[in-house]
Ligand binder design. Structure first.
Ligand code: RP5
Length: 167
């Protein structure tokens, strides 16, 4: 098993995971990817969660939509940190998913990112792994520097826009 596992409740959640999976790949963090459904494959959920740590997994990302039990149930069955990604649902636009994942009662936390923000879930995973990995930490620093530098470019564009408007 890879250090990071990325679970999703359905194949239909894969689309919202693309940005996060790309970020993990960009940081060269290998990951295990699997559909594990809390209501359709509860036994697999149990087996995965109970064995993940012993198999070398250190962090679990779990995306689910609607009455999104997957992240909370996985978190209840392992001591590994779980990062939950609420998937946008058709009827309630993901508010149901967000509240289901974020409102964990005391004792079993799920670190929850914004609706469909798999990018931040992956980045948080990288930050946690970087605590024990100097090479990854260096990559994270340079990512942050590039991000900061991008605002300079934004301001150049904004100033150019403002000058053009005045003419
Ligand atoms: C949840 O139900 C999944 O996480 C998905 O977001 C949602 C809809 O699943 P499908 O009907 O597309 O399989 O279990």
């Amino acid at each position: 098993m890879k250090k990071v596992a990325v679970l999703m409740g359905s194949e239909s959640d894969l689309n919202c995971l693309q940005e996060g999976l790309k970020l993990l790949s960009d940081f060269k963090v290998a990951f295990h990817l699997e559909v594990v459904s809390a209501h359709r494959t509860p036994e697999r959920l149990f087996e995965f969660s109970k064995t993940a740590s012993a198999q070398g997994c250190q962090l679990i990302l779990a995306a689910a939509g609607g009455s999104a039990h997957l992240p909370g149930m996985v978190a209840a069955l392992t001591e590994l940190p779980v990062i939950g990604i609420p998937v946008e649902s058709k009827k309630l636009k993901g508010l149901d998913s967000l509240l289901s994942i974020v409102q964990m009662p005391k004792g079993v936390p799920v670190a929850t990112v914004a609706i469909e923000n798999s990018f931040n879930a992956a980045l948080l995973a990288v930050q946690i792994l970087a605590l024990q990995d100097k090479k990854l930490h260096r990559k994270l620093r340079s990512f942050r520097k590039r991000q900061t530098a991008s605002v300079k470019k934004m301001n150049q564009a904004v100033r150019a826009f403002s000058r053009a408007k005045k003419k």
